[in-house]
Design a protein around this ligand. Structure first.
Ligand SMILES: Cc1cc2nc3c(=O)[nH]c(=O)nc-3n(C[C@H](O)[C@H](O)[C@H](O)COP(=O)(O)O)c2cc1C
Length: 387
């Protein structure tokens, strides 16, 4: 069977066959490893899309290893996604933002709320062992977490960089000088203007439908506004795109490509525990909820009893970093108790249309085939010339 052709300028610039990008999806519940690891990245790139590694939780050494693994699995282009939120950008010890404060520096009222929630859910609250070590020795050397990761991206010659949170400004010049294509995710028109001015080669307009960190504006409302505001910087659409129909829709609106996370969440190659995949498969479109519980920023998850209990408390979340420290003991205790259904399970509203586990290549090919058919055939017939 001939392969469908569906191209945009993005494909030519980045060197991929199809305007479909695997979103760089970060840590999985309970393991700390990303959903989008080397296997999934390579599967999408080998199938003609652009695979993007969810790199945020990797130490620089781990990131280098994973990039080399991707290269051993594919000779096609791929990208790396990082979070450039403030607490990933500043060395610890500067007191600028509490990257991971100790328990005794967290507000008492918030700690009490967590203790209440644990009791309600019948979780024996234990202290997680050791210090928060996620951002280890690179910070001690005076470099930021993200800065050390970007260094690896440059050294390894990664062709595409995506900034998931925050502006790429601190690294844009160096990335561009090294020929790296920069994508930057935004959820508002204002942020789109900002990242375009700060050097993004593509603005990724992400609607509230999206899994993971997300804003308040729907994709179809956001996308045309971002296209207008960011011009002449081209725009990629994200949030709620898990079918060829939706892909055709955003290309018709003017997107250069689609950035898809949830569509690949239950793919065979996605690094997710079975329980999390099953909960996503069982979820209906309305079963996801936006909460600040897990990271301090608004994040869409498959709902669970822990999120419901946190939302009932009505307590303002702490800033990113501090909120993670606040729930660290609780998350540890949940894992110890084997109550994995209460762990983070980020997914978008398209979870409702995922019916089975499949190879990532099959998901991609189906989306592309369906979009090509719509755009190349049926849709044009709706336009009739008037006399
Ligand atoms: C499990 C999961 C983890 C995610 N982790 C990240 C991340 O580390 N960095 C990032 O930029 N976006 C992350 N996202 C958001 C995605 O990059 C993407 O914007 C979103 O999934 C697109 O919407 P969709 O889920 O409707 O396809 C994550 C999304 C999910 C579902």
């Amino acid at each position: 069977m001939p392969r469908p052709t569906l191209r945009s300028e993005f494909c030519d610039r980045v060197g991929v066959d199809y305007p479909v990008i695997l979103a760089g999806m970060g840590p999985v519940a309970g393991t700390g490893d990303p959903v989008a690891t080397g296997e999934l990245v390579a599967a999408v790139s080998n199938a003609g899309g652009l695979g993007v590694l969810g790199g945020v939780s990797f130490s620089p050494d781990e990131l280098r290893e994973e990039i080399r693994k991707i290269r051993s699995l594919t000779d096609k282009p791929f990208g790396v996604d990082l979070l450039l939120a403030p607490n990933f950008l500043f060395p610890r010890g500067k007191e600028l933002l509490p990257t991971a404060p100790n328990r005794d520096r967290l507000p008492k009222a918030n700690l009490e709320a967590i203790a209440r929630i644990a009791k309600d859910l019948d979780i024996d609250l234990k202290e997680a062992p050791g210090e928060e070590e996620v951002m280890g020795s690179w910070i001690e050397q005076g470099k930021s977490w993200a800065g050390s990761q970007v260094e690896v991206i440059l050294e390894e010659g990664v062709p595409v960089f995506a900034s998931g949170l925050g502006t790429p400004a601190p690294f844009a010049q160096e990335l561009k000088a090294n020929g790296v294509t920069i994508l930057a995710l935004v959820g508002t028109v204002h942020a789109a203007e900002q990242v375009a001015a700060d050097g993004a080669d593509y603005v990724v307009a992400q609607g509230t439908e999206a899994g993971g960190h997300t804003g308040r504006i729907g994709t179809l409302a956001l996308l045309p506004q971002v296209i207008d505001a960011a011009a002449p910087t081209p725009v990629i659409a994200a949030g709620g795109i898990a079918s060829g129909r939706a892909l055709a829709g955003v290309l018709a609106v003017g997107a250069e490509a689609a950035w898809c996370g949830t569509a690949f969440l239950v793919s065979n190659e996605a690094n997710q525990p079975d329980l999390q995949k099953d909960r996503i498969l069982a979820a209906a479109a309305e079963d996801t909820i936006v909460t600040r519980l897990y990271s301090g920023k608004t994040m869409r998850n498959v709902s669970n009893l822990l999120i419901e209990a946190w939302e009932r408390e009505g307590m303002a979340a702490l800033p990113m970093g501090a909120q993670g420290a606040l729930i660290r003991d609780l998350a540890y205790s949940i894992r110890e108790a084997g109550r994995h259904e209460l762990l983070m399970n980020a997914a978008g509203q398209t979870a409702g249309m995922l019916k089975e586990r499949r190879p990532a290549a099959e998901i991609l090919k189906e989306m592309v085939g369906e979009a090509a058919e719509i755009l190349g055939g049926g849709l044009g017939q709706r336009v009739t010339a008037s006399a």
